[in-house]
Design a protein around this ligand. Structure first.
Ligand SMILES: [Zn+2]
Length: 81
């Protein structure tokens, strides 16, 4: 039987702790920053894990932010035949 300690970082063996992180999305001309995202953070190497349900929430927030993105179109006057 394989025993696996869920509280230890698989990368460095450090202790994983509940914490918060900042999620940043660089999308075309828009940068979306989401703060206070619940995450599990390794105390040793700082690697972060975001739970599936949190990731789903982030996706919704990002999609909503993309909709609010100001759209600027630069075009020239031209005659349409
Ligand atoms: Zn670690």
């Amino acid at each position: 039987m394989i025993s696996r300690n869920e509280n230890l970082c698989p990368l460095c063996g450090g202790e994983k702790r509940e914490g918060k992180t900042t999620f940043t999305v660089d999308y075309q001309d828009t940068v979306i920053v989401i703060r206070d995202v619940p995450a599990t953070v390794c105390a040793m190497c700082g690697h972060e894990w975001i739970a599936d349900e949190v990731a789903g929430g982030l996706e919704a927030i990002v999609n909503d932010a993309k909709k609010k993105k100001p759209s600027v179109e630069i075009t020239r006057y031209r005659k349409v035949a």
